[in-house]
Design a protein around this ligand. Structure first.
Ligand code: ADP
Ligand code: TRP
Length: 322
């Protein structure tokens, strides 16, 4: 049996990039009966940037509702909130005593922000150590993530190896799984879709707002009559990720032929998105309107997660001599 583990920060409602790049591939892996999956909401990581109590809670529920809407089986697997397994902070401490300072100062998550050092709190600096603890606390074998998280997995392995060197047989060395099929999903401005660039598409928005987001996708200024290059168009790229093959071929023809404008293409993308995610949008709203259902699942998940975590931490404590 392989133990699969991944987390997603609760910094907002997961967007199309998160869903196609992380959530769907992880759920597919979890459906293999040979695997056991632990998926969690990284609300301690969110605390590095969000200090608003209501917002933290709201984001936890919207992140959880998204996993549930896409069909994560919480009976077979383990679904929990990071902060409900507080011993992860104890393991973070042990690991931080094995983490060389330069390893963290060279990490992308810190480097990206190091031009504004006064705004970097220590939690943000040690973000990769908490992430290593998230993984190592559960003896995880495989960690499905997007390409941007590769370095964090390398850091995790480095820390675990030096810990094991001093205290043998303490930690399981994990491997990342990066889905090569899923390239980086572009946002409305054509760059990587990200909450931090405010260029995301939130498929759970009410229709009017979703349409507005889609209509805001930036395109070039080729006129309606002229032929267009689908390869260079964000609307087309998003359509291609979602629609059936025959519809994609049809759209490609319209682009190359001309007489079909970007406005038309955006409307078609909107329609296909509503159709494709109809049931997920309904389920998402069902959970958001019944947060006690989410809470029940997270509490049950935390019990199961704590059980595994306690076993692993006991082993680590014993090996250190505590
Ligand atoms: P964001 O950039 O919006 O803050 P996160 O860093 O919280 O996203 O990413 C959560 C997960 O979603 C990660 O595994 C990440 O690799 C994946 N992911 C985020 N944005 C994209 C994207 N544009 N395309 C593909 N995967 C993505
Ligand atoms: N850092 C990850 C992200 O931003 C979220 C995360 C936290 C995570 N802990 C993890 C991912 C453990 C995988 C495993 O996407």
């Amino acid at each position: 049996m392989a133990r699969i583990l991944t987390g997603i920060q609760s910094t907002g409602t997961p967007h199309l990039g998160n869903i196609l790049g992380a959530i769907i591939p992880a759920i597919e892996l979890s459906s293999d009966p040979k695997n056991q999956s632990l998926f969690f909401i990284a609300d301690l990581h969110s605390f590095t940037t969000i200090k608003d109590k209501e917002l933290l809670r709201k984001n936890t529920y919207s992140t959880a509702a998204c996993w549930l809407a896409f069909g994560f089986d919480t009976d077979k697997n383990i679904f929990y909130r990071q902060s409900d397994v507080s011993i992860v902070c104890e393991l973070t401490w042990y690991l931080s005593c094995f983490t060389p300072y330069p390893m963290l100062s060279n990490s992308h998550s810190f480097k990206d922000k190091s031009d504004k050092l006064s705004e970097v709190n220590t939690g943000l600096f040690t973000y990769p150590v908490l992430m290593a603890a998230d993984i190592l606390l559960y003896d995880a074998n495989i960690v499905p993530v997007g390409k941007d998280q590769k370095q964090h997995l390398e850091i995790t392995r480095d820390i675990a190896n030096s810990f094991n060197h001093k205290f043998p047989n303490s930690l399981t060395i994990p491997q990342e799984k990066i889905d090569k099929k899923v390239m980086t999903i572009p946002g409305t401005d054509g760059q990587k879709m990200s909450k931090s660039y405010n260029n995301f598409i939130d498929i759970f928005l009410p229709e009017k707002k979703l349409k507005k987001q889609i209509m805001s996708i930036i395109t070039d200024s080729i006129s309606v009559d002229d032929p267009k290059d689908p390869e260079n168009c964000t609307v087309f790229k998003l359509f291609e990720l979602i629609a059936d093959k025959s519809d994609v071929l049809e759209l490609e023809k319209k682009y190359r032929h001309g007489g079909y404008g970007y406005g038309h293409a955006k409307k078609d993308l909107f329609e296909v998105m509503l159709e494709k995610y109809k049931s997920q949008r309904e389920l998402y709203n069902h959970y958001i309107n019944n947060q006690s259902l989410i809470e029940q699942k997270l509490i049950k998940g935390a019990e199961k997660a704590n059980e595994i975590a306690t076993t692993v931490l006991d082993r680590v404590r014993k090996n250190i001599g505590y």
